[in-house]
Write a protein that binds this ligand. Structure first.
Ligand code: GLN
Length: 479
C-alpha cells in the first residue's frame, strides 16, 4: 500500500494525476483482503466503490470533482445506505437492506467520497470490545489477541490497518473515542445535534451521535464540515453556525488555553498505572506548550456511569421495540402473533441486548420509575449544570479516554460490570451533550496505545480540533 501520509497529500496526488481513485480503491481492497482475519468488514462494496471511483476520476479530469474526491470511507453497520444490507451487528436484522440513505452518507457521496464497505460492531452499539457482535469479534491490528474497543471496533481497525481513510462510527457513550484510543487513532464525538441522526439505527436517542475516526485531525475536520449541519429529516439537528473546520483549525496556532482535569478522574480505582503516567505526562506537555492546567473538583463525575446505564437502557428498551420480526429482518412462522414476537426476539437478540432491554424495562416500570429513571434524569441535568460551570472558567476538560489499554479478547466477557467500567471516562460527554475527542498520548509497556480525551463546551469543535491538531505530535512523542 502506498502511504501518502495524509489525505491532503492524496488529493494533491490525484490533482497531479500520479494516482487515480480507482488505484486508491484497489489498494484498500487489497488490504481488506489481506486482513480478513481481523473481521473488520461485514460487507465489502467492491463493485460500487470501483464504479464510484471511475466516475470521480472522470470528474477530476474535468475539474468538477467534489471536496472529498478520493476519500475512501468505511461505515459502521448502523448507517442506512440504500439497497445495501444493514444489521446493526444483529441477527434480528438478517436479510434486511436499507430502504433509504442516511443524511451523513448522502452528504459524503455528494462530496465525492467513496463508500468501501460496512463495518462490524457490537450489536446495536452495545458494548466496549466488539465482542457482542452476532458476526464474531474484531481483532486489534496491533495485537490479534486483544480487542479493538467498541462498539465501533470494526471501524477503528479498518482505519488502523489502512483499509480505508476514515470511518463513520456512532458514539452513544464512547463508542468512537474508546476504540480510537485502543487503536492509536483520532476519534471525534461532536456536540449532540451537530450531525443528523437520520438513517442511524437508534440505540439511546438522546445520547446517540455520529462520530468520525481517522489518523489525522485535519481529515476529520474536513469531513465534519461536510456531514454536519441542518437537516430536514432530523428536527433535533442544530442550526448553529457551521464553519469550515479544516481551514479554521490552522488559524489559532499560538493561542493559549485553560485546561482542567478532575481529581475524581485520576483517583479512579481501575486506572492502569501506565495510563495514569501517560496522563500526567500529557499534562506536563500541555503546560510546556504554554497552557494553564488546573485540578478541579467534579463531585458528580462518579455518578456519570450509573446515570448513563439507567438512561440508555431505558431508551434502548423502547427503541428496540420495533424489531418484532414483522417490519424488519428475520421472521418465523408460529401459531400466534405473540409466539412470533417471542421467538423472533429470543432468537434474534444477543445476550447483552437482552440484558439491556430487561434492565431498561425495569427502570421504566411503574414501581421503579421514580427511584431510577426520573432520578437519573435529574442527575443528568445536574451533571450538565456542573459542566456548564466548568466551561465558564476553562476551555477544555481532560481525562484519559479509557482507564486501560486494549484488553485481551474474552477478558471481560464474563462480568458485564467490568465491561461497563471501560466507559467510565467517556460517558460524561454524552450525558452532558458536549463534544469530545480522543488523541493518542503514549503507550503502555506492551506498546499498546493510550488515549487522551479532550472535552469542550457545546459547539466548540473548532477549538477542540485545533488543540487536538496542535497537541497530536507533541503528545505522541512525550507520552
Ligand atoms: N460501551 C458503551 C455501551 O455499551 C458505549 C456504546 C456506544 O457508544 N455505542 O453502552
Amino acid at each position: 500500500m502506498i502511504n501518502y501520509g495524509s489525505f491532503r497529500a492524496v488529493q494533491e496526488a490525484l490533482r497531479h494525476g500520479t494516482i487515480s481513485c480507482r488505484e486508491l480503491v484497489l489498494n484498500f481492497l487489497q488490504n481488506i483482503n489481506q486482513n480478513k482475519s481481523l473481521n473488520a468488514f461485514l460487507d465489502v462494496f467492491e463493485e460500487s466503490a470501483l464504479q464510484q471511483a471511475d466516475i470521480i476520476d472522470q470528474k477530476l479530469k474535468n475539474n468538477i470533482a467534489g471536496p472529498l474526491a478520493g476519500l475512501v470511507v468505511g461505515i459502521k453497520d448502523v448507517f442506512a445506505y440504500q439497497k445495501f444490507p444493514l444489521q446493526a451487528g444483529s441477527k434480528i436484522l438478517d436479510g434486511y437492506s436499507a430502504a433509504y440513505t442516511a443524511t451523513c452518507i448522502q452528504r459524503l457521496l455528494d462530496a465525492d467520497a467513496i463508500i468501501i464497505g460496512r463495518q462490524n460492531c457490537d450489536e446495536f452499539g452495545m458494548g466496549s470490545s466488539n465482542e457482542n457482535s452476532a458476526f464474531g469479534s474484531v481483532k486489534n491490528f496491533l495485537d490479534n489477541t486483544r480487542v479493538p474497543g467498541g462498539s465501533s471496533g470494526g471501524s477503528a481497525v479498518a482505519v488502523q490497518a489502512q483499509m480505508c481513510h476514515l470511518s463513520l462510527g456512532s458514539d452513544t457513550g464512547g463508542s468512537v473515542r474508546q476504540p480510537a484510543s485502543f487503536c492509536g487513532l483520532i476519534g471525534l464525538k461532536p456536540t449532540y445535534s451537530r450531525i443528523s441522526r437520520h438513517g442511524l439505527v437508534a440505540y439511546a436517542s438522546s445520547f446517540d451521535c455520529v462520530g468520525l475516526i481517522a489518523h489525522e485531525v485535519e481529515t476529520i475536520a474536513k469531513v465534519l464540515s461536510i456531514v454536519a449541519g441542518k437537516d430536514d429529516f432530523d428536527s433535533t439537528v442544530s442550526s448553529e453556525y457551521m464553519p469550515d473546520y479544516a481551514t479554521s483549525i490552522q488559524e489559532n496556532k499560538n493561542q493559549t488555553f485553560k485546561f482542567a482535569y478532575s481529581k475524581q478522574s485520576i483517583e479512579h480505582d481501575g486506572i492502569q498505572p501506565e495510563v495514569k503516567q501517560a496522563f500526567s505526562s500529557a499534562i506536563e506537555q500541555i503546560k510546556k506548550d504554554g497552557h494553564q492546567v488546573n485540578e478541579i473538583n467534579l463531585p458528580l463525575q462518579p455518578y456519570a456511569l450509573p446515570t448513563y446505564y439507567i438512561l440508555t437502557t431505558a431508551e434502548a428498551s423502547s427503541n428496540l421495540n420495533r424489531y418484532d420480526g414483522i417490519r424488519y429482518g428475520a421472521s418465523t412462522q408460529t401459531s400466534s402473533l405473540e409466539q412470533q414476537y417471542k421467538r423472533v426476539r429470543t432468537d434474534g437478540f444477543g445476550e447483552e441486548v437482552k440484558r439491556r432491554i430487561l434492565l431498561g424495562t425495569f427502570v421504566l416500570s411503574s414501581s421503579y420509575y421514580d427511584s431510577f429513571y426520573s432520578k437519573a434524569q435529574k442527575v443528568r441535568q445536574l451533571i450538565r449544570q456542573e459542566t456548564i460551570e466548568v466551561f465558564k472558567q476553562y476551555d477544555f476538560l481532560i481525562s484519559p479516554t479509557a482507564p486501560t489499554t486494549a484488553f485481551k479478547l474474552g477478558e471481560k466477557q464474563e462480568n458485564p460490570l467490568t465491561m461497563y467500567l471501560a466507559d467510565v471516562y467517556s460517558v460524561y460527554a454524552n450525558i452532558a451533550g458536549i463534544p469530545a475527542i480522543s488523541v493518542p498520548c503514549g503507550s503502555d509497556l506492551q506498546n499498546l496505545p493510550i488515549g487522551l480525551q479532550i472535552m469542550a463546551a457545546d459547539f466548540q469543535e473548532i477549538k477542540l480540533l485545533s488543540i487536538a491538531h496542535r497537541l497530536k505530535e507533541k503528545l505522541k512523542l512525550h507520552g
